[in-house]
Design a protein around this ligand. Structure first.
Ligand code: GDP
Ligand code: MN
Length: 382
């Protein structure tokens, strides 16, 4: 799970990594209030989970409340590489003397942690890596041994950072490493890590990716759940515990098993349609799961028809059929459904559904026939 910059900075702060004082704002008035609290001049920063916000105009400096008003008006609602800005982070502006780069991530083939440090921060680090790889000092860290300050100091020298800030930077790097390890990050990146004109080193940006496999030991991560995705369909599905990915087509798809869901997408494409989503309801699709799945798909205005493709294995088709009937009673569907039910107890399942079939609820014997029906109901081929 990726964090927004402001969440990353709050995460850093827990581990003692210095950041600038600031606050979040969803409206222009809130931005002014946050700026008043942070102290002028301030920088207003678009909160989107994509890099290069600065170049895209999503980061602006302001010296007074009117300036903040203008910046926030320009940035809120802005589109940055397909991400709409709903929130800004307003922090006290720093006077920058140097911009460095620092990060920790996992080097899987080496089975070691990898630290990267460079005096050429601020800009696109991929570009530095491509054009001037020597400018990045890499440090492999044995997870059992960890990172001590003496090693961090040598690393700072190797990266040719300013000797005056060696000890400060080394101390910060040890904290960042602790954040990365104890905070269960897949990536902890600061770009730029700055030295201010009065000689303080601190994080001006934060890019943190949390390791989803460690969620069980971080109840505090629950606060990030609601802000994780921009897609309201995906947020709703996540709340319902569904494995859902929103797409841009018109046929809503429900299948049991990721493999079957992907094959269904392929078949819909093959017959000239396009999928509105990928939704795997997994094994044991009971009425609750089916109703939740239909609700999520129903909430997508682009959906014109729904294709339910179930192949019973351990999942029994008669149970799925009961789930569909029960779910239909609960959810007021906008779109017609085409069912394809096969596998364990398929006969019993079809028999249960037979009295419920209509123009709005159809059944087809094969996957390709069901896909053709669904595509036709969605308005035909693209
Ligand atoms: P990114 O473009 O999404 O990586 O956003 P960053 O947070 O890294 O900011 C991009 C650039 O904006 C930085 O490299 C700085 O040059 C500039 N910037 C950000 N905050 C400040 C600040 O407080 N003061 C000054 N002078 N420049 C800033
Ligand atoms: Mn940055």
């Amino acid at each position: 799970m990726d964090l927004y910059e402001y969440q990353g900075k709050q995460y850093f702060a827990r581990f003692g990594i210095p950041t600038s004082p600031g606050g979040v704002a969803d409206t222009v008035d809130e931005a002014v209030a946050a700026a008043d609290a942070a102290g002028y001049p301030v920088v207003v920063k678009a909160q989107v989970k994509v890099g290069g916000r600065g170049k895209a105009g999503g980061i602006k400096l302001a010296s007074d409340a009117d300036g903040v008003r203008r910046c926030a008006e320009a940035i809120l609602g802005m589109d940055i590489k397909g991400h709409t800005v709903h929130r800004v982070w307003v922090e006290h502006a720093s006077e920058i003397a140097e911009e460095y780069y620092a990060s920790f991530t996992l080097d899987r083939p080496a089975k070691l942690h990898l630290g990267m440090l460079s005096a050429e921060g601020g800009v696109d680090i991929e570009e530095v890596a491509a054009t001037n790889p020597g400018a990045i000092a890499r440090l492999h860290i044995d997870p059992v041994k960890g990172l001590d300050e003496a090693t961090a100091r040598r690393w700072v020298d190797e990266a040719a950072l300013h000797p005056d800030v060696r000890d400060q930077t080394a101390a910060l790097l040890v904290k960042l490493y602790t954040c990365y390890v104890e905070g269960d990050c897949d990536l902890a990146e600061i770009n730029p890590l700055i030295v201010t004109t009065d000689g303080r080193v601190h994080a001006l940006d934060a890019k943190v990716t949390l390791d989803d496999n460690a969620t069980f030991r971080h109840p505090e991560w629950a606060e990030y759940a609601g802000t994780e995705t921009d897609d309201p369909r995906e947020r709703m599905a996540k709340e319902k515990g569904l494995n859902y990915i929103g797409l841009s087509g018109t046929v809503g798809i429900i299948a049991n098993g990721a493999g079957l869901a992907m094959s269904t997408l392929d078949v819909v494409n093959q017959v000239g349609g396009s999928a509105a989503n990928f939704l795997d309801i997994g094994g044991g699709a009971n009425a609750d799961v089916m109703a939740a799945a239909l609700e999520v798909i129903n909430a997508d205005p682009a959906v014109k028809s729904i294709l339910v493709n179930i192949f019973g294995g351990i999942t029994r088709v008669d149970e799925v059929a009961k789930g569909v009937i029960d779910a239909l009673a609960r959810v007021d569907l906008r779109s017609p459904i085409v069912l394809r039910l096969d596998g364990t107890n398929a006969e019993q399942g079809r028999a249960l559904l037979a009295p419920h079939l209509s123009d709005r609820l159809r059944a087809e014997p094969t996957m390709i026939d069901a896909a053709r029906q669904a595509v036709a109901l969605a308005g035909g081929e693209r």
